[in-house]
Design a binder for this molecule. Structure first.
Ligand code: GRF
Length: 211
C-alpha cells in the first residue's frame, strides 16, 4: 500500500456498478493517485458490499434508518477513523447536509445520470431522471461527474459525456446505456483527476484550511 496515495471512501446504497468501475480502474491503473480504502453503504442489503468484499476492500454499513439524526455524525466518525481524504458518491441515496460537506470541502464528487444543468436537483434520481429526459424529448442525454457542494447537483462540473437518445428508448433502456457508455467511463477518470490534484497539494504541503 502506497501511503502517499489519497485515501478514498466510496459511498453507496445499491447495486454498485459505479463502484465496480472504480475498482476496475484501480486494478487497471486508471485510478492511481488514490486508493479505495473504504466502502460505506447506507443500506445493509446493498450488493455493492459484495463487490467491495470481492475486491478485498473494507466495507461498513452506516444505516440511515437505524441512525436517524445521528446518521451524518456516525458517517463523519467512520470516515475520520479511516483517515479518508476524498469521498466518491456512487449511487448514494442520501442528500448530505452543508455541515457534512464543510468537513470535506472540494473533496467530494458525485456521478449524476444527465447532462447538468438538465434534469438534476431535488427529486431527480434513479429512473426519474430518464423519465424526465424522455418526457421533454431531448435527443441527447448523458452523465456528469461533479464536485459536491451545498446545492444539490450544483457543484463544479469535472467531466461530462453525452449519449444519444433513441426513439424507442424507455427510461430503463436509457438508464442502462448512460451507465455503460458514460457513467462507468467518466467517474473513474474524474476520480483520478481529483485524487491527482489532492495528492499534488499534499506533496506541496498546501492543504486547504478546512483540514
Ligand atoms: C447511477 O445511475 C448513478 O448515476 C446514480 O445512481 C445510480 C447508481 O447505480 N447516482 P450503481 O449503484 O452504481 O449501480
Amino acid at each position: 500500500m502506497n501511503s502517499d496515495k489519497i485515501k478514498i471512501a466510496v459511498l453507496v446504497s445499491g447495486g454498485g456498478t459505479n463502484l465496480q468501475a472504480l475498482i476496475d480502474a484501480q486494478r487497471d491503473g486508471g485510478l492511481r493517485s488514490g486508493e479505495i480504502a473504504l466502502v460505506v453503504s447506507s443500506n445493509p442489503g446493498a450488493y455493492a458490499i459484495n463487490r467491495a468484499a470481492n475486491a478485498g476492500i473494507e466495507a461498513v454499513t452506516v444505516c440511515r434508518k437505524e441512525m436517524g439524526d445521528q446518521f451524518e455524525a456516525q458517517l463523519i466518525r467512520t470516515l475520520e477513523k479511516h483517515q479518508i481524504e476524498m469521498i466518491i458518491l456512487a449511487g448514494f441515496m442520501s442528500i448530505l447536509s452543508a455541515d457534512f460537506i464543510s468537513h470535506f470541502t472540494d473533496r467530494i464528487i458525485n456521478i449524476h445520470p444527465s447532462l447538468i444543468p438538465s434534469f438534476c436537483g431535488k427529486g431527480m434520481y434513479g429512473l426519474h431522471v430518464h423519465e424526465a429526459a424522455l418526457a421533454y424529448g431531448v435527443k441527447v442525454s448523458g452523465a456528469t461527474a461533479h464536485y459536491v457542494n451545498e446545492v444539490t447537483d450544483g457543484g463544479k462540473i469535472i467531466l461530462q459525456k453525452a449519449v444519444r437518445v433513441r426513439q424507442d428508448d424507455t427510461p430503463e433502456s436509457l438508464q442502462k446505456r448512460i451507465m455503460k457508455q458514460a457513467e462507468w467511463d467518466i467517474l473513474p477518470r474524474a476520480a483520478e483527476q481529483v485524487a491527482k490534484k489532492l495528492r499534488k497539494e499534499k506533496r506541496g504541503g498546501s492543504r486547504p484550511a478546512t483540514e
